[in-house]
Ligand binder design. Structure first.
Ligand SMILES: NC(=O)c1ccc[n+]([C@@H]2O[C@H](COP(=O)([O-])OP(=O)(O)OC[C@H]3O[C@@H](n4cnc5c(N)ncnc54)[C@H](OP(=O)(O)O)[C@@H]3O)[C@@H](O)[C@H]2O)c1
Length: 432
């Protein structure tokens, strides 16, 4: 092979960075054949140089000084796999400013600053690719940016957080409550010690902001995404949902219409016969509805060292091939900056409501009046359980389609009723 090697700088060598470093070594010949020249690891930035590492690295390339990467003229592509906002964003920015291409798996940085970074990269004539930032090893960014560009994307619906899908799958299968399942997931390494970003839907809202921005070619920020987590779900919600023919999934949904873009993450009741209801464990799935293709489902590993390495290396190979054949980076996306973001209150859907009420005649009539006054009609009402001693009953309501604004008001008014001890949960229903 006559072409000189392409230099890679790794920022971070943890779960994913470790997978990338090992695969660059193990698949060296295959990658060289694919690209037309070898990929050489020229620098690896970590926080703690003394930490034992499984990967064998060329002598002298491990560093704790980021400047060693930015100032290394042999590095063509910086692969950012540190995670988090700081200092990852600055390091990506600095790499671009130095004229280096960037591959990143960082959803937080891409959700908050992606469009700015892409513009900066265009100015410097370099590429920033980020396939691994959403759905790990399951390709979704490249399909949106390349394969589906001739389409108008109507909607995106997905399960894009493996940790919560694992927890919800176990709650559904084992009849377990949230707290116990979370603790177990942490002990088994499926949830982090601080699980907030996952269980509150924040991680999924970063990923949905990225997908919605690409799909609708409009700037959708993470702060534009409504998010609600899974912490209020109980074993009884799963039991009742099952009896009604539904699964409960943390869904990320974005739609575009003449009225603007709406993006939302929340646990939802999904009919059990829908494909997405059957996506279990740590797996991810993203369904895209587009005008030319109709519905497409992307389904697979959403995390893990090797699946995520696959996504990272696909981006690296893409850039490396462009370098080898001296192809200029394609123009950056042109995004509309003034898209209207529709508020959650404009949502219209069906609702599941679980109430604990006083067990006496006339309660359901009072509940019905509150809902009726707000134009919410009840599709079914089932009295589920009774506590004779406390003289309390549990009622599960399914509504017809109603507005979110009315539903929010209804929850407040129901909570204020003497006969209602507690509104246990309100879960939106998603059927498409
Ligand atoms: N894990 C997955 O399955 C997965 C899937 C999809 C996307 N991602 C994304 O991939 C990225 C990396 O995730 P990961 O799971 O591989 O993370 P990780 O295991 O925590 O590894 C992070 C690496 O970055 C280094 N690092 C962190 N902060 C640093 C700093 N300030 N200066 C220098 N080095 C620093 C750490 O150094 P030390 O080794 O010295 O601690 C470590 O090598 C994140 O953006 C994540 O969201 C991960």
């Amino acid at each position: 092979m006559s072409k000189s090697p392409i230099g890679i700088g790794l920022l971070g060598m943890g779960v994913v960075g470790g997978g990338v470093a090992s695969t660059l070594d193990q698949k060296r010949d295959q990658l060289t054949a694919l690209i037309g020249c070898p990929l050489d690891l020229k620098g690896v930035l970590v926080r703690d140089a003394a930490k034992p590492r499984a990967q064998k690295l060329p002598h002298g390339i491990l560093t704790t000084n980021a400047e060693d990467i930015f100032n290394n003229p042999e590095i063509d592509i910086v692969v950012e796999l540190m995670g988090g906002q700081d200092p990852a964003f600055d390091y990506i920015r600095k790499s671009i400013d130095q004229g280096m291409h960037v591959v990143t798996a960082n959803k937080e940085v891409m959700a908050r600053h992606g469009p700015d970074l892409l513009l900066a990269a265009q100015d410097r004539n370099v590429q920033v690719l980020f396939e691994a930032s959403v759905a790990g090893g399951t390709p979704i960014i490249a399909p949106l940016m390349r394969d589906l560009v001739a389409n108008e994307i109507i909607g995106i619906r997905g399960i894009i957080n493996g940790t919560t899908n694992y927890i919800l799958t176990r709650m559904a299968n084992e009849g377990a409550d949230f707290d116990a399942t979370l603790k177990d997931a942490q002990a088994l390494g499926y949830a982090e010690a601080d699980p907030t970003n996952d269980i509150e839907g924040i991680d999924a809202s970063y990923k949905l902001a990225i997908l919605a921005t690409l799909a609708f070619r409009a700037r959708v920020r993470d702060t534009d995404v409504f998010h609600e987590g899974i912490t209020k779900l109980t074993a009884r919600d799963f039991q009742y949902a099952d009896e009604l023919g539904y699964a409960i999934k943390l869904l990320a949904i974005a739609n575009s219409s003449e009225d603007g873009v709406q993006a939302r993450v929340y646990p939802a009741l999904v009919p059990q016969d829908m494909m997405i209801a059957k996506v279990d464990g740590v797996l991810n799935a993203v369904e895209i509805e587009a005008d030319l293709t109709g519905n497409l489902l992307f389904h697979g590993a959403g995390a893990g060292a090797l699946p995520t390495t696959s996504a990272v290396l696909a981006d690296v190979i893409d850039i490396a091939r462009n370098i080898v054949s001296s192809v200029a980076p394609p123009p950056s996306l042109s995004l509309s900056d003034d898209v209207r973001i529709r508020s959650m209150l404009e949502l219209e859907t069906r609702y599941y409501v679980r109430l604990t009420t006083t067990d006496r005649p006339g309660v359901l009539a009072q509940v019905g009046t509150v809902l009726g006054d707000l134009n919410i009609s009840i599709a079914s009402a089932i009295q589920k359980e009774m506590d004779d001693q406390a003289k309390q009953a549990e009622i599960v309501l399914m509504t017809h389609r109603a507005s979110e604004a009315a539903m929010q008001q209804a929850i407040q008014r129901l909570n204020a009723l003497d006969v209602v001890a507690e509104v246990g949960n309100m879960i939106r229903v998603e059927e498409w």
